[in-house]
Ligand binder design. Structure first.
Ligand code: VAL
Length: 292
């Protein structure tokens, strides 16, 4: 992925550049592709595979990056923004999922609270510093929703939040790609009993994106908060983006498939392109509807 990103950045060097936003616990660079001219336009951030096993999220974002590079100069809804693209948000976990355990979700950090040393890893979507440690998180290092000792204990999460916080005035849209479930999620993840004050606007845009997805291959997405569709999940990235960084349009997408009977995390490769196409339509719809 990093080789591909580097070659794309040099092929499109007038509008693209590649930057490391820091190193992971195991020392891997986290590469963000920036698409846009030097001028400081409002920005859209998209990340994928914060959860290691959700490979379709990375593949989809790589497809979208390619399309954005091709269309940037000719599409006004795309080039009104600068784009920040992080295709692998948890590279240590991704590598582990790739080589050792396909269904690994967390980071690979050694946990101080894990005395036997048998349960590495923190859920990087429970490790953000907004309502940290609340509903839908665990203090058990062996749990797949282990939140970590403290907020931002995970280097990959810390690196992302530092970048996002520094650019919070520029970034208007935050989107995190996960799988699976076919859901277009709005904040808050930490509770299902309250919503942000501008939830109507966030839901309006999400519903337009949902229609854009349906129009490509007929796939149905549901729109709502994690707690209304699935379960509460405090300490997630999009809650922090909205609640602390003040990024108005903050979304988490659960991509294909709808359920475990149709592949779960191990979705067939034949679905990569269709997923890429319909998700790109959703992203373009958001870019079109967000006024800057
Ligand atoms: N499935 C995601 C998670 O568990 C959502 C709920 C944000 O982190």
């Amino acid at each position: 992925v990093n080789t591909w990103l580097a070659s794309k950045a040099s092929q499109h060097s007038t509008i693209a550049s590649l930057e490391s936003i820091g190193k992971t616990y195991e020392g891997r660079d986290m590469k963000v592709l920036k698409i846009g001219e030097a001028a400081n336009k409002p920005a859209i951030w998209i990340d994928a595979a914060l959860h290691a096993r959700e490979w379709i999220a990375s593949a989809t974002l790589i497809y979208i990056a390619d399309q954005l590079l091709n269309e940037y100069s000719s599409n006004a809804n795309i080039n009104k923004f600068t784009w920040y693209i992080l295709p692998i948000a948890n590279p240590d976990g991704y590598e582990y999922s790739y080589n050792y355990n396909r269904f690994w979700r967390k980071t690979r950090t050694r946990n101080a609270a894990d005395y036997r040393g048998t349960c590495p890893g923190v859920d990087p979507n429970r490790n953000w510093g907004f309502h940290f440690g609340e509903a839908g998180t665990s203090n058990n290092p062996c749990s797949d929703i282990y939140r970590g000792e403290t907020a931002f204990s995970e280097k990959c999460v810390f690196n992302m939040k530092t970048f996002l916080y520094n650019k919070r005035k520029q970034i208007k849209v935050y989107i995190s790609f996960h799988s699976y479930g076919q859901m277009f999620m709005t904040p808050w993840g930490y509770t299902h009993t309250s919503a942000p004050s501008d939830i109507r606007e966030l839901t309006r845009v999400a519903n337009l994106a949902k229609t854009a997805i349906k129009n490509v291959n007929g796939k149905s997405y549901s729109v709502g908060s994690p707690g209304s569709l699935l379960y509460d999940a405090a300490g997630g990235s999009f809650d922090w983006a909205k609640g602390v960084a003040g990024i108005k349009y903050a979304y988490t997408l659960e991509l294909r498939p709808a359920d475990n009977t149709s592949g779960g995390f191990a979705i067939p490769a034949s679905e990569i392109l269709p997923t890429g196409r319909e998700t790109y339509a959703a992203v373009k719809e958001v870019a079109k509807r967000v006024t800057v």
